[in-house]
Design a protein around this ligand. Sequence first.
Ligand code: FMN
Length: 190
Amino acid sequence: MKKSIGSKTIAFPAPVFIIGTYCEDGRPNAMNVAWGGICGSCPPAIAISVRKQRCTYDNIMRTNAFTVNIPSGEFVKEADYFGIVSGKKADKFQATGLTAVKGDKVNAPFIKEFPLNIECKVIGIHEIGEHTQFVGEIMDIKVDQDCLDEDGTPDISKVDPMIYDTAASTYNSVGKMLAKAFLIGKEFAK
Ligand SMILES: Cc1cc2nc3c(=O)[nH]c(=O)nc-3n(C[C@H](O)[C@H](O)[C@H](O)COP(=O)(O)O)c2cc1C
């Protein structure tokens, strides 16, 4: 038996993306985004939805660039701070002590202490009610060397990303690996 709970922004899992941009005065800014995810393969692309009142919105509209930074669980406090204070009112890098590094592919800063950083160039802008969806072409990904496995692929257990629970509004860690994709389902294809 199912119970209808209505039209809400609940879908599991949502990411914890920290978006890096430059303000007009050259100050780096970081913002927490849960409404986002990979949205294209060729070219590799990632989408984020940002409300117009955000400092990040102005910055992306001006620079056409952003970074998506994946924090590991140890940075949960910093990640939350990036989601509750605006760059219009505070220097968030100064407050947290994290390091902004200028991207070498796009005009946006990435966060040195976070294990995985994605440099994006805006290739699409879509209005979705109160949010503006920015589609970014992934120009480069930088990963801490100790988060790579033997063949150079980022290892999710080493990156230790967080999941945002859209129902409870909590940060959660990733669980264990269940099966290999594109393989386990083949049992039904015989
Ligand atoms: C867990 C979490 C997820 C959030 N996701 C989004 C989002 O997807 N889009 C958005 O516009 N704001 C989102 N916010 C709110 C912004 O991060 C927040 O308003 C932030 O202060 C904006 O920073 P800025 O003004 O420096 O850009 C989120 C906040 C939190 C705590």
